[in-house]
Design a protein. Structure first.
Length: 411
């Protein structure tokens, strides 16, 4: 008996380092997967503790607040088992059985394997508990009835499905998982119908988000806006490239997620989006002023008055200050709303990888008349965006009317 106990003690002693190493590896892997799944962006309020919740997420149905997912037993997920965490992540079910609102992208996460969910949970168990309750989400009727989400989930909860990958490269397959499941890119870059569900027949063709366009991520559309494999993977890593910088809702994605992903995964994401045989990136030539239409010609002076000081007279930009207009992907969008929003609202100071910074861009909503704004948009789009069409003042006014309210902008 004594010998048996000695052998058991020896076995346990030998196994302990292996088990500890396994647990440590699972936590490290979970931290990486939590980054790839962009958990921090929605579960961290501006200036708040990581994962402590409180971020307001504006939707057409009201404002939803990101929840506390620290180890707080009262306010967070400190009491969740692995099974309960997996159910929340992939089925939108809280520990108490209530339905989560689909602002939580379980519609994409439902394809996540259990091992990845367990690893993320193992990592979150190491996050310091923050004893802070997130603001209570309060939506208008009938969207405030969580029980009604049962029907919604039956209809749309598992709409996201991976397309067959037979004959595709391993990079393509890995990129598909990174983009469609972990990164849940389609949640913003896919248009939604009246019930708030993604229109899967238009997947990744672009969607509206708080007055901005999350543009199409289809390969031909990316190539038409000047994207190639190297620039796209570099953009995800550094938040900037020859095509411009990340801003608006994509900046937190870069800041909390993509900049920390490894190069093979970023390359795989670019491979999936552009394809194993990517289309050639379209190269634009600058259009001479004399070849532009009248409104765009007038817009040249507006550009010199309010833009050239930072973006340079000929659109070459200034390092660490302002992006170039030449090759800028926002100017190439057929829909001008993002360009309009940036000019009117401005962009805050942005910190990118390493020591790279971009100074804040002021908004010019109160400095340009409707006619000046229209002329400036036409100049930028025709001169550097490859757009042959000319916007009318009425087109710009319609987009302005569709802009988010001041309340939404504050969020």
């Amino acid at each position: 008996m004594k010998h048996l106990l000695s052998r058991l003690a020896l076995a346990v002693g030998l196994a302990a380092p292996v088990l500890l190493a396994h647990a440590d590896n699972q936590i490290k892997r979970g931290e990486y997967l939590a980054r790839a799944a962009d958990c921090m962006a929605c579960h961290t309020a501006p200036g708040g503790a990581p994962f402590a919740g409180g971020l307001p997420i504006v939707s057409p149905f009201g404002t939803i607040y990101g929840t506390n997912i620290t180890q707080s037993k009262e306010h967070g997920i400190g009491l969740y088992s692995d099974d309960e965490f997996f159910a929340a992540l992939t089925k939108g079910k809280r520990r108490d059985g209530a339905n989560l609102y689909p602002a939580m992208p379980y519609t994409s996460y439902h394809l996540m394997p259990r091992a990845d969910s367990d690893a993320i949970h193992a990592y979150l168990r190491t996050v310091e508990p923050i004893e802070r309750a997130a603001p209570v989400t309060s939506l208008s009727f009938p969207f405030n009835v969580r029980l009604g989400l049962m029907g919604w989930n039956l209809l749309y909860g598992k709409d996201v499905q991976l397309a067959p990958t037979e004959g595709k490269s391993e990079d393509f397959k890995r990129g598909q998982y990174m983009v469609e499941v972990l990164g849940h890119c389609g949640e913003c870059h896919t248009p939604r119908g009246l019930p708030g569900a993604m229109q899967q027949d238009k997947r990744l063709t672009g969607g509206l988000l708080n007055g901005y366009l999350a543009p199409s991520l289809l390969a031909n559309d990316l190539a038409a806006r000047g994207w190639n494999h190297q620039d796209l993977s570099s953009f995800l890593k550094h938040g900037m490239s020859a095509q411009g910088t990340m801003f608006n809702e994509m900046f937190p994605v870069f800041h909390n997620s993509t900049q920390d992903l490894n190069d093979p995964d970023l390359a795989a994401m670019a491979t999936y989006l552009l394809g194993d045989q990517p289309p050639a990136a379209k190269v634009l030539t600058e259009v001479p002023l004399d070849n532009m239409r009248p409104s765009a010609q007038r817009g040249r002076q507006d550009y010199l008055n309010v833009c050239a000081g930072c973006h340079a007279p000929n659109g070459e930009g200034k390092p660490h200050i302002a992006v170039a207009m030449r090759g800028n992907t926002t100017l190439r969008l057929e829909d001008p709303r993002n360009l309009l929003r940036v000019i009117e609202d401005g962009i805050g100071e942005q910190k990118f990888a390493g020591f790279e910074r971009m100074q804040p861009m002021p908004g010019f909503a109160d400095k340009l008349s409707h006619e000046q704004l229209t002329d400036l948009l036409n100049y930028l789009r025709q001169g550097w965006g490859g757009q042959a069409s000319e916007l009318a003042v009425s087109d710009v006014q319609k987009l302005q009317a569709d802009a988010p309210t001041a309340e939404h902008k504050a969020h």
